[in-house]
Ligand binder design. Sequence first.
Ligand code: GMT
Length: 381
Amino acid sequence: MNIGITCYPVYGGSGVVATELGKALAKRGHRVHFISYSMPFRLGHVAENISFHEVTVNTYPLFEYPPYSLALTSKMVDVVQHEALDLLHMHYALPHATSALLARQILKTQGERVPIVTTLHGTDITLVGQDPSFRPVVNYSINQSDGVTAVSEYLRQETQEHFDIGCDMEMIPNFIDTDRFRRSQKDHFKQALCPDGEKVLVHVSNFREAKRAPEVVDVFSKLRAEGFDLKLLLVGDGPDRVPTERLARERGVYDDVRFLGKQEPVEEILAIADVFVMPSGSETFGLAALEAMACGVPVVASNIGGLPELVVDGETGYLCPLGDVDAFAERAARLLGSEEHQSEMAAAARRRAVEVFDIDKVVPRYEDYYERVRSELMAEA
Ligand code: GMT
């Protein structure tokens, strides 16, 4: 199949998922065309079967807000026509699905019909999409897409609850390359960061408010106060990084906390982790937690959103009430305090990642869905 993919190229889990999906589809023999304002950061270099079509928006004195979504539509029309695309797959409803719908209308006037699949990821439904300034557009874009998928059952239900949905939605979970994300020996790294064999707590996020990163420092401080020899590695960057640093100083644990910033080979850091902490207040799926699980790291997470679909409480990690720092510290202590318990949960976490979320199991579900959407359209025509 010849597939166009649009996503946010530089930030967020939706861009990561879209890019990894495109790469996997290309490996499986499809031709994949990324259409966006810059090269998706996870793409690396353009490989066989993959092309990148850059959307440029010309400025003009009248345009206080240059209309990116319209330039995106024009580029989609161009790529569909010149590359003979069979389907457009939009990641994140705003504005991608809306731009694609307009492209579909324009192409229709020229006798062409391109199916549009929209994948809902998170804040396009739970936050931004519910803002009155966007809600009618998101509602319309979901209902008018030829196919709609959501990355968790939770997100599917949230969409149904908060929008007027008159179409079916398919749940296709996010996935992980379990060959890349696996436990590997990183003894030098471990030795450099933990010279006295300390255990390692890890948190990976974009340090936005919803991630509640300062709570990770509180959990860490409690564990230190209980006598655990421990280091904390914080990966990523964002608005809450400075407050998190400040809190680490206030709690007197700053010397044992490493702020590593944005790191691409995150699996190398996860290779030395003992427990992954995710105290998020909002998470439709929690891709970072899946990356940890694939690397055999038990996850202690908030019992919210799509996280219970990922973390099996008491088996692959623990789920705690939102904001309950004591509960987070107590569950982490259970793991850190027993090698046997930790390694059982680590193995169960890896097993769940492989059995349920492996890329080779999930990507065919997208292929099947594309086929279904296309054949339904053909049947209608
Ligand atoms: O809002 C974000 O943090 C970014 C957002 C995105 O769409 O780029 O992430 C969402 O999508 C990810 C990939 O499907 C999920 O793993 C995240 O849980 C989800 N984030 C939230 O729901 C806050």
